[in-house]
Design a protein around this ligand. Structure first.
Ligand SMILES: Nc1ncnc2c1ncn2[C@@H]1O[C@H](COP(=O)(O)OP(=O)(O)O)[C@@H](O)[C@H]1O
Ligand SMILES: [Mg+2]
Length: 412
């Protein structure tokens, strides 16, 4: 029996791969002895959706949410447990709306980052609201779409202000494509954004707490080969900048589980998609990097519950703006300032110390798990659930090979 038990809630949609992985790893971890000498056990439970009284007390200390972006009932439950019960959430539900790319673009531009020129255009089609005709007739300024696009320059991207998964994203090369895409946008609110052409690298980073993995991404490839296994595709400076921007945006909005996309051209890092608070962590997307993601999720959530880290619902934007507005700082010095603020928010030093002292066997636990039959059956079942029958064998070999490469690279 552990002295203290912590319950982590998993609020899930259709995924079963990483939740099973996470549950296995927590089981294998067993108890952790903390600095006070007490033993702690962390128990995962899957959250169910049901009516809740606003004064109910939840059993969870921390909840990993993967659903609230789409389902409003659990979203409101998250707000309740964060406000009333002090439950730790990895992403603040109060800045959730900023998962709209739009707010993240605004924040990053305000902080001086190299976000491409972006314009928000009004809806193409009127909203289904009886008062709209009156408002539109009175206040909607007619605008010249072609002139707006020309001010950004071609090619450009038209994409939803709150999008995800490439839905409604199109590359626009000329006036005809511009009108076709705008006409098709209907009631979706769209950004026009300058295209970053001829970039050298598409860097996609996944951040969990203070851990960031920057991966080389190939958007033109099918999902299972989008993440390339490559360890040296960015200069040290560009790599560091991508990490800093990822942590900065997260600390700024109080997100701790987010993925970010940057296009790197020469020495310039251009962020284009920095608000994916339900990031893809599928085994069949991350493959080689999946053990890393599970390790980071395990370490960070255990750190939070065992040390009693409190979630911060308030933000401290003024500190970031002060760095942004400091006329004596160069771009590099501003980045360093942001990094310091973000690292402080994530308690990087205390976290590292905790991992060294209390979670030093996690690498071995993860290694034993990845090399176990339990992991192979997870892989098999995930492939079966993801692909049509005639592709099972091919994908099992493909992912099996990538996992074998991870095992080899551990050098054990
Ligand atoms: N400004 C841009 N320059 C170049 N490519 C872009 C730009 N914006 C989007 N893209 C391309 O379109 C894809 C989808 O756009 P993104 O903003 O990431 O939307 P989503 O949230 O749907 O992933 C990107 O992965 C990238 O390949
Ligand atoms: Mg994207």
């Amino acid at each position: 029996m552990a002295d203290v038990e912590h319950t982590i809630g998993l609020l899930l949609g259709t995924e079963d791969d990483w939740p099973r992985a996470f549950e296995s790893l927590l089981r294998r971890l067993g108890t952790v002895t903390a600095a006070d000498g007490r033993t702690h056990r962390t128990r995962p439970v899957r959250v169910t959706i049901e009516p809740f009284n606003l004064r109910d007390k939840p059993q969870h200390e921390l909840v990993i949410d993967r659903l609230a972006y789409w389902y409003y009932h659990p979203r409101e439950w998250l707000k309740k447990i964060a406000l009333m019960d002090g439950v730790y959430l990895l992403n603040s539900p109060f800045t959730f709306q900023s998962m709209e790319k739009h707010a993240a673009y605004c924040a990053m531009m305000r902080l001086g980052l190299k976000v491409p020129e972006t314009v928000l255009v009004p809806f193409k089609n009127p909203l289904d609201n009886s008062r709209w005709a009156y408002t539109a007739a009175r206040y909607n300024e007619p605008f010249d779409l072609e002139a707006t696009a020309a001010s950004i320059g071609y090619p450009l991207y038209m994409k939803p202000y709150d999008g995800g998964a490439w839905v409604g994203v199109s590359k626009i090369r000329n006036v005809d494509e511009l009108h076709a895409a705008y006409d098709a946008s209907g009631e979706r609110l769209m950004h026009l954004q300058a295209s970053v052409e001829d970039y050298d690298v598409f860097a996609r980073s996944l951040t969990i707490g203070p851990e960031t993995m920057v991966m080389r991404f190939r958007p033109d490839q099918p999902m299972h080969t989008r993440y390339e296994v490559d360890h040296h595709f960015l200069s040290a400076d560009a790599g560091d900048e991508v990490v800093t921007i990822s942590r900065l945006v997260n600390a700024f909005f109080r997100w701790e589980f987010n993925s970010c996309e940057s296009l790197v051209r020469g020495d310039d890092v251009h962020p284009i998609d920095y608000a994916n608070a339900c990031p893809d962590v599928a085994l069949t997307s991350l493959h080689y990097y999946f053990p890393w993601a599970m390790t980071a999720l395990l370490r960070w959530t255990v750190f939070c519950v065992v040390t009693g880290r409190r979630m911060r619902l308030d933000t401290d934007l003024a500190g970031y703006f002060a760095v942004a507005d400091d006329p004596d700082r160069s771009y590099q010095e501003k980045l360093a300032g942001y990094r310091e603020l973000a690292d402080r928010y994530f308690e990087v030093d205390r976290y590292r110390e905790f991992c060294d002292e209390h979670l030093s066997d996690v690498d071995e636990i993860v290694y034993d798990w990845v090399t176990s039959e339990e992991f192979r059956s997870l892989l098999r079942e995930t492939v079966r659930a993801t692909y049509p029958v005639h592709e099972h064998e091919k994908f099992l070999a493909h992912f099996g090979g990538l996992i074998d490469a991870w095992i080899r690279d551990q050098g054990r």
